[in-house]
Design a protein around this ligand. Structure first.
Ligand code: ADP
Ligand code: ADP
Ligand code: ZN
Length: 216
């Protein structure tokens, strides 16, 4: 299965991605996580990406594409993958299609999480992330059992730099201008599945799972 998860920042892509990859046994590829890992390790990609991420802007396509193309060449991607946060521009979507075509492959489905702006703002202000395993929590909707501590690995939770109010507003604007057009792009290819992302995370997941079982 080759799945793309589409949705505005904070729509629940990461939360759903962890559930989907467990059930369908495919690798989880999150360009956001890859950039944060590069930033943490001070790599050239990380230094370049940081300049954009902290302003709430997209990392330029050439940087993003060279990073993801390296990832696709790893052996765990042969039987499928779940892309979380990629593609985010039409240029990236076309590059993805060209990459798949080289191997006579196609996307199985694009899952679009539909969530209102009001919900997004409230979710992002309460988001906390584990500094060790990357698990995501929310102070309102999905609290860790012990304050500031990851349930799975006991890592410390932190607030993402780009979850500040001004940056969130910017990210929503960038999403509308650059990423939202992908909804029509994939609708036109007849592979778009839109899911109501306003429900409890477990209900969102059940709907995604049902939909994916019919297309796999
Ligand atoms: P969210 O979905 O909450 O916005 P991500 O973790 O997916 O967060 O991405 C964080 C940031 O990393 C984005 O705001 C953007 O700056 C950068 N980024 C992630 N994926 C891409 C991409 N495919 N193209 C360009 N920039 C990206
Ligand atoms: P994305 O990867 O799209 O940016 P996340 O999965 O990180 O989104 O979710 C953003 C925030 O909203 C996190 O704090 C997460 O715990 C919370 N969240 C995710 N899904 C739901 C949901 N269905 N209901 C309430 N809160 C949610
Ligand atoms: Zn953890």
């Amino acid at each position: 299965m080759r799945i793309v998860l589409l949705g505005s920042p904070g729509s629940g892509k990461g939360t759903q991605a962890s559930k989907i990859v467990t059930v369908f046994s495919i690798p989880h590829i999150s360009t956001g996580d890859m950039f944060r890992e590069n930033i943490k390790n001070g790599t050239p990609i990380g230094l370049e990406a940081k300049k954009y991420i902290e302003k709430g802007l997209l990392v330029p396509d050439d940087v993003t594409l060279s990073m993801i193309e390296d990832r696709f060449s790893e052996s765990d991607c042969t039987n499928g993958f779940l892309l979380d946060g990629f593609p985010r521009t039409l240029v990236q979507a076309e590059a993805l299609e060209a990459e798949l075509e080289k191997n006579e492959k196609k996307l199985t489905a694009v899952v679009n999480l539909d969530v209102s702006d009001e919900t997004i703002i409230s979710r992002m202000t309460g988001r906390r992330v584990c500094n060790s395993c990357g698990s995501t929590y929310n102070l309102t909707y999905n609290k860790p059992k012990v304050e500031n501590t990851c349930d799975y690995c006991r890592g410390q939770l932190f607030i993402r730099d780009d979850d500040k109010q001004e940056t969130v507003t910017n990210r929503l604007r960038v999403y509308k201008n650059e990423t939202q057009p992908l909804i029509d792009y994939y609708k036109g290819k007849d592979i778009l599945i839109t899911i109501n992302g306003e429900q409890d995370a477990s209900d969102v997941f059940n709907n995604i799972r049902k939909a994916l079982e019919t297309v796999r």
